[in-house]
Design a protein. Structure first.
Length: 291
């Protein structure tokens, strides 16, 4: 009986420690999700809510701009995640076993953009890409090229935004990969070198398989981050030209705060939540299966 009371008191103490965080999770995560699902079934006008069922979803699927936002978001997710993972593995596997000062310099160099606010980085890139007085246009004029308006061209706006987002956020992935690779047992590398394995074989047959959990984690957080991409679009293009760079998050913002269509915006949020779950669950299952 005393042993049972001891275990009960011990468990209660643990639950009390996690209770504040759990309450914050319920209030700021679970409740907004439930409220968003509820609002997606209503037409909201000022303080009046009218139940309309799935009409908001029907409205979305009859709007070509919504499908354009889905297409652009998928393009962003695929290319930014692939670029981030591939480039981070390349840089980390190149420097992780070098001199400590050299590795620290590389990590600091790539992490500086991550420390700077995305708003600031977007303003800097906006200045560089300005067709009238931007540095890139100035360099083009000095080399007798025509004025470059990369953000005003529907064929180049997506690659530019992909590059800006990738360049700003890749530092975090590099640091995570370097930390994971430093933790790989040195015995494996020594055994591979004794067997005559080249550095390329060591990277592809030892390093990359052993840092798979880190790859899954980086993939998930980047999928979620890119699905929420907004600041770069708002400050650089405003969704233009001709909705060529509109994303689901920017489409949600327009409906909620410009057109006062809170029900439609909530429906977009629900769809984004489902897409995030569908993309993340297979990655999480693979991670737990490995363990």
């Amino acid at each position: 009986m005393k042993l049972r009371n001891y275990h009960w008191k011990e468990n209660v103490t643990g639950y009390l420690f996690i209770l504040p965080q759990f309450l914050m999770f319920l209030i700021f995560i679970v409740y907004p999700i439930i409220e968003g699902i509820r609002l997606s079934l209503y037409k909201v006008q000022f303080n009046q809510e009218t139940f309309v069922g799935f009409d908001n979803y029907v409205t979305l699927f009859h709007d070509p701009v919504f499908f354009k936002s889905i297409y652009n978001t998928v393009i962003f997710v695929v290319f930014i995640v692939l670029l981030t993972v591939a480039f981070s593995i390349f840089v980390a596997s190149s420097v992780f076993d070098k001199n400590a000062k050299y590795v620290s310099f590389i990590r600091g160099s790539y992490y500086i953009p991550v420390m700077v606010s995305m708003v600031v980085m977007s303003m800097v890139w906006g200045f560089l890409l300005n067709p009238a007085n931007g540095l890139i246009s100035y360099a083009a004029r000095e080399m007798d090229f025509s004025i470059v308006n990369l953000l005003g061209n529907k064929h180049t706006v997506l690659p530019v935004i992909i590059f800006v987002t990738f360049a700003t956020n890749v530092g975090q992935a590099i640091i995570l990969y370097i930390a994971a690779m430093i933790g790989v047992p040195k015995d494996l590398f020594e055994a591979a070198e004794v067997d005559g394995a080249s550095r390329v074989r060591i990277i592809f047959q030892i390093l990359i398989p052993l840092v798979k959990p880190t790859t899954i984690y980086i993939t998930i957080i980047n999928i979620i981050a890119v699905l929420k991409i907004f600041v770069v679009i708002q400050l650089l293009t405003g969704g233009g030209p001709n909705n060529a760079s509109v994303t689901m998050m920017y489409y949600l913002y327009n409906n909620a705060f410009k057109y006062n269509q809170l029900g439609v915006a909530s429906a977009v949020g629900v769809i984004m939540f489902l897409i995030t779950m569908l993309l993340s669950i297979p990655q999480l299952r693979a991670m737990f299966k490995e363990k």
